[in-house]
Design a protein around this ligand. Structure first.
Ligand code: GAR
Length: 192
């Protein structure tokens, strides 16, 4: 049966793009939503012919009251959703650190310049706290002493783009998964 997901973002939409690419030939319909009228994520959806709409934050509860999705995927959505919205669907989020470390904005920079030696990406259920909610999947990146910030940032984004569609796919299929399923490898850190 066809699944229907909403992807919500406030800005660039590179994760949306990765999700749209992954599901383009699959039985999954995507609707793109943004709380920012000028967000590039909406442009990306238009270019792909994917239904998209500006959804002012104040109208979010009414929208999800009237529209049903199998999963609502936050991808760079920069607002905290209240309980009256969260109870209207299953919401997940991606964050560019190993939560619960480095919640909030600029997590990639803050992790790197704190000097951590392992960071990574987290996908989690959404609750009404900033980057809060039970963790669904995490994948690490080792930070060597010779790694530059730009390289690290690029690796984090590339990891996000690989990881998020796979996790969404597994959740939609109600499949249990582990490290080895996430990036189609043996779970090591050498292939991204
Ligand atoms: C991504 O790095 C995502 O993990 C982060 O915003 C970026 C959105 O990029 N989200 C958070 O920091 C959530 N607290 P994108 O718009 O290109 O997908």
């Amino acid at each position: 049966m066809t699944k229907h997901i909403a992807v919500m973002g406030s800005g660039n939409g590179s994760n949306f793009e990765a999700i749209a690419e992954f599901f383009k030939d699959k039985d999954v319909n995507i609707t793109c939503l943004s709380d920012n009228l000028n967000a590039y994520i909406l442009e990306r959806a238009k270019k792909r012919g994917i239904p998209n709409q500006y959804l002012p934050f104040e109208e979010t509860a009414a929208y999800f009251g009237a529209n049903d999705f199998d999963l609502i995927v936050l991808a760079g959505y920069m607002r905290i959703l209240p309980d009256d919205v969260l109870e209207l669907g299953k919401f997940i989020n991606i964050h560019p650190s190993l939560l619960p470390a480095f919640k909030g904005k600029d997590a990639i920079q803050r992790a790197f310049f704190a000097g951590v030696k392992v960071s990574g990406v987290t996908v989690h259920w959404v609750n009404n706290e900033l980057d809060g909610g039970k963790i669904i999947a995490q994948y690490p990146i080792l930070i060597s002493n010779v790694m530059h910030f730009d390289e690290f940032e690029k690796e984090i984004h590339s990891l996000e783009h690989q990881l998020y569609p796979i996790v969404i796919d597994k959740l939609l299929k109600d499949e249990v998964f582990d490290f080895s399923d996430l990036l189609n490898c043996g779970g090591c850190n050498g292939c991204h």
